[in-house]
Design a protein around this ligand. Structure first.
Ligand code: PXL
Length: 269
């Protein structure tokens, strides 16, 4: 059995975080494990306001021991870490267990939350985790932060950000423009392997229900790597996966709608 793990927050609404990761791993036919870093909750009676409950350090370490010791995970993804000790522990376990297929999803904002979560964590993430990453998967906002460019709003700026982020240690970078690039006629992401750029395009899916798209994409790439795909193949496959997922997204309630990882199965069954 191919085993993969996510180090991520729990999204109680089920669309993002480790819930999205585990659903995605299942679709890829790999065995998913999870070390939860924090629990995010949302208030449906107060504008879907987010609250974050960190998991204490000893509990996170004990989960990482459970996940890594004697298991042989083929690839690992990290998502929302939420604390300096979660960054440190992630570095320690990825390093100690020599995880070659480490996908760093540098989650800094939740859709709907607006503001950056724990901005003071960003430099720690950059210094401690980027150098271990086989792939970093920033969205436009995160690419702007990690690169120091601030705003990233064009393909040229995506390229510049990818180059800078690779220079900080990530072996490969996927800047996820998705539907967010101003004026984009397609969902457009940029892959950089340290030398060459590849632009990945998919049809724009006209939906506001995109919760969890970033988590799902990074989880799909992680599962692809675990199954032996090259980094580029894993990225290109994940692009098709997220497109199917978003084409079957739905309203969970009046505030939020998740993608639907099962869309893949329905499309190709
Ligand atoms: O979509 C980013 C994200 C990641 N991880 C957790 C979240 C969210 C957004 O809600 O709750 C746990």
């Amino acid at each position: 059995m191919v085993k993969v793990a996510t180090i991520a927050g729990s999204d109680a609404s089920g669309g993002a975080g480790l819930e999205a990761d585990l659903k995605t791993f299942e679709e890829y036919g790999v065995y998913g494990m999870a070390a939860v870093t924090l629990i995010a909750t949302m208030d449906s009676e107060n504008n879907w306001a987010h609250r974050v409950f960190p998991i204490e350090e000893a509990a996170l370490r004990a989960q990482l021991d459970t996940v890594f010791k004697g298991v042989g995970v083929a690839a690992v993804k990290s998502g929302m870490l939420g604390s300096l000790y979660a960054v440190e522990l992630t570095r320690e376990y990825i390093g100690k267990h020599r995880i070659a297929g480490y996908v760093l999803d540098p989650v800094m904002v939740c859709k709907g939350a607006g503001e950056a979560l724990n901005p003071e964590l960003n430099s720690s993430l950059e210094q401690k985790l980027l150098p271990l990453a086989e792939l970093a998967t920033p969205n436009l906002f995160e690419a702007g932060q990690l690169s120091g460019l601030g705003e990233v709003a064009s393909l040229e700026q995506m390229k510049e950000a990818a180059r800078i982020i690779a220079g900080k240690g990530a072996r490969n970078v996927l800047v996820k423009g998705g539907a967010k690039l101003p004026g984009a006629a397609a969902a457009l992401d940029l892959f950089f392997d340290g030398r060459n750029f590849e632009v990945l395009e998919a049809p724009l899916i006209k939906t506001g229900w995109t919760h969890g798209a970033g988590c799902t994409t990074a989880a799909a790439i992680t599962a692809g790597l675990a199954r032996g795909l090259s980094v580029y193949e894993a990225v290109a496959t994940a692009k098709r996966f997220i497109t199917e997922s978003l084409s079957r997204s739905f309203a969970l309630n009046r505030w939020v709608g998740p993608g639907n990882p099962g869309g893949w199965r329905r499309a190709f069954a």
